[in-house]
Write a protein that binds this ligand. Structure first.
Ligand code: ZN
Length: 117
């Protein structure tokens, strides 16, 4: 994955993060005043710090997604982003674009969904 791609996915991930923060009502003020994006100190927060710092009651679903996003950003930094955690194959670009924090390729995801429940 080249630098341009990495930057692209990082932006997707940050946008997704932003969407969750927005859902939590945290960003409303900034958006109304025309401010763009998450303040950097918030964007850098991990999920725990985020919750502690803001005292926000965050749902399990949102927490899970935030964790996945943070994990994906970590993987981008370690250059392991875009690789399936189960089979080690590359995750398709179209899947990553739709779900930038995907941890598994579509095949493994389906397997997991079948076996998991
Ligand atoms: Zn896989």
């Amino acid at each position: 994955m080249n630098r341009k791609e990495k930057k692209y996915y990082l932006e997707l991930l940050n946008r997704e993060k932003e969407r969750i923060f927005k859902n939590l009502g945290y960003l409303r003020e900034g958006i109304e005043s025309g401010e763009k994006g998450i303040p950097t100190h918030i964007a850098d927060y991990g999920t725990d710090e985020f919750e502690k710092g803001l005292g926000i009651d965050i749902s399990d679903e949102e927490r899970k997604i935030l964790e996945k996003i943070n994990l994906a950003i970590e993987k981008l930094e370690k250059n392991t982003y875009g690789t399936c955690e189960a089979c080690g194959k590359k995750i398709g670009a179209s899947r990553l674009r739709a779900l930038p924090y995907a941890r598994y390729c579509i095949r493994c995801q389906r397997e997991k969904e079948k076996g998991g429940r």
